[in-house]
Ligand binder design. Structure first.
Ligand SMILES: *Cc1c(COP(=O)(O)O)cnc(C)c1O
Length: 482
């Protein structure tokens, strides 16, 4: 069967229709998948087809088989992990990225998407108030963005003591001390592992999970040799921001490289509301964030930003004869991230920023935080609910009495299906974590979500009462006395 442009029309039209149906269902459908992994595995457990199938039929089959197992992450009542939905312009742009199929590595070869990436990066720096001469790389996510920023830092701190890590690797290199807050995100630890830097040294944090500058100073004093400090803008459980200005000043006094993991929290820098909380942020050396969280572009897209000119390229530029470079000195997209071949994932970021504008990004970020405050307020009025953190951004950690009871409420919420919130543990307690990350969450979602939590508590109370009743009845039957 010869392939002609017409071959694309029918499957793309079907995909658009299925996408439409899915998006339309989000407002009304339960957030949780209707079926679990076993059922989905069974649905897809078919032999490898021997022969071709019409592409449009493949799209129909895919949509039909997958639908029962889709999590409504785009729902305004999804608060799991930290995820975020998809802005319309970003989703549509993402479709174009696939249709264009640009391998966005070289400015010379894919000038349109390379230019889009450069503009998206420049807009981000302006929006977040970071140094405009920084280098920006677009990665698969926050984990890779942390890896990229920390890789630049590793190279720089070793170079400062006369060691070329590109040349010599880590065998025989001076030991690099890495200091992180006690509530560091596991992805930073993962990135350090990829970099051969091992497990970092944890520095004490306060009751909101913010690194304590006094403890950081003591750790810096105790370290000798090259140092990297990884700070956090946006604690997963509290939303809190590490004290930037003081921590960065202390680190720089010790010639340390300062990396900031701001996977979801870096976006607060777009709004004057958090100017005090993030004061000093721009003094760091590298930053990592996600566009697929707070900015609400489709998966996957992270952003790595490095202030020092050349530091990112030094870590990631490949030297191979077959890459034709147009103008020496200007970094190609592939010089700033681990991948050589990749999709033009900055394009949806450009579209999101183009569609929202500065005021729209500010409204998005402030809106998420306002919904978090409204949820915390509504929930703290429900008897039996404890809000454990100061709600300073988009994150809320809740408890419902004992750990056992908190887990039971978490389970009852999942069964109910109106919302999705994640069970976790924080400060030694089981918690239910609410992360407001979706641009489409509105007041009705907030009210429905408070009701859902109240219902889950009632369900747990009813189950407890029934269990007590059953115990009492069986004790009465056997004549047992308590
Ligand atoms: C989500 C998150 C990460 C990791 O980002 P991915 O996009 O999942 O790789 C890192 N740090 C923090 C604080 C996060 O919330």
């Amino acid at each position: 069967m010869p392939l002609s442009p017409d071959e694309y029309r029918a499957p793309l039209a079907r995909a658009a229709r299925h996408a439409d149906e899915w998006l339309e269902s989000l407002a009304g459908r339960p957030v949780k998948p209707r079926e679990g992994i076993e059922q989905l595995e069974a649905a897809f457990a078919r032999p490898l087809p021997e022969h071709p199938t019409d592409p449009a039929d493949v799209v129909d089959e895919l949509a039909r088989l997958a639908e029962p197992g889709l999590m409504a992450i785009g729902s305004g009542r999804f608060y799991g992990w930290v995820m975020g939905g998809t802005l319309p312009a970003a989703l549509a742009a993402d479709w174009l990225v696939s249709a264009w199929d640009q391998n966005n590595g070289l400015r010379f070869a894919t000038p349109a998407t390379a230019a889009i990436e450069e503009r998206a990066g420049a807009w981000l720096l302006e929006l977040l108030g970071l140094p405009e001469t920084s280098t920006v790389g677009f990665t698969t996510g926050g984990t890779t963005a942390n890896f990229v920023g920390l890789a630049a830092g590793r190279g720089a701190v070793l170079e400062a003591v006369g060691w070329n890590v590109n040349q010599g690797g880590l065998n025989g290199a001076p030991k690099v001390t890495v200091l992180v807050g006690a509530e560091v995100h596991s992805s930073v630890q993962l990135a350090l592992r990829y970099l051969g830097l091992g497990e970092p040294t944890a520095v004490a944090s306060d009751d909101q999970g913010r690194i304590r500058p006094d403890a950081l100073e003591a750790a810096l004093d105790a370290a000798d040799g090259p140092i990297i400090v990884a700070l956090q803008a946006g604690n997963l459980h509290s939303g809190a921001f590490d004290p930037m200005r003081e921590s960065i000043r202390l680190a720089h006094e010790h010639q340390a490289w300062v990396h900031v993991d701001g996977a979801f929290g870096l976006w607060a820098a777009a709004s004057p509301r958090w100017a005090d909380a993030l004061d000093g942020l721009a003094e760091a050396d590298s930053w990592a964030t996600d566009a697929h969280k707070t900015l609400n572009v489709p998966y996957d897209c992270g952003v790595a930003i490095v202030a020092r000119p050349g530091a990112l390229q030094s870590a990631f530029t490949a030297h191979t004869s077959y890459f034709i470079r147009d103008d020496a000195g200007i970094a190609d997209p592939m010089d700033k991230v681990p991948e050589l071949s990749r999709r033009a994932r900055a394009t949806p970021v450009w579209a999101a920023l183009r569609s929202l504008g500065r005021s729209g990004v500010i409204a998005l970020v402030e809106g998420l935080a306002a919904n978090a405050r409204a949820l915390a307020e509504g929930l703290s009025a429900v008897p039996g609910v404890e809000v454990l953190n100061d709600v300073v951004f988009t994150q809320i950690s809740l408890a419902f009495g004992s750990d056992e009871r908190t887990r039971a409420v978490t389970q009852a919420l999942i069964v109910d299906g109106t919302v999705w919130m994640s069970g976790s543990s924080w400060a030694g307690r089981a918690v239910l974590r609410v992360s407001v990350s979706n641009w489409s969450t509105d007041a009705a979602d907030v009210a429905a979500s408070v009701d859902a939590v109240a219902r889950a508590i009632a369900a747990v109370d009813a189950a407890d009462a029934a269990a007590d009743g059953a115990v009492a009845a069986s004790e009465a039957d056997t004549g047992a006395k308590s």
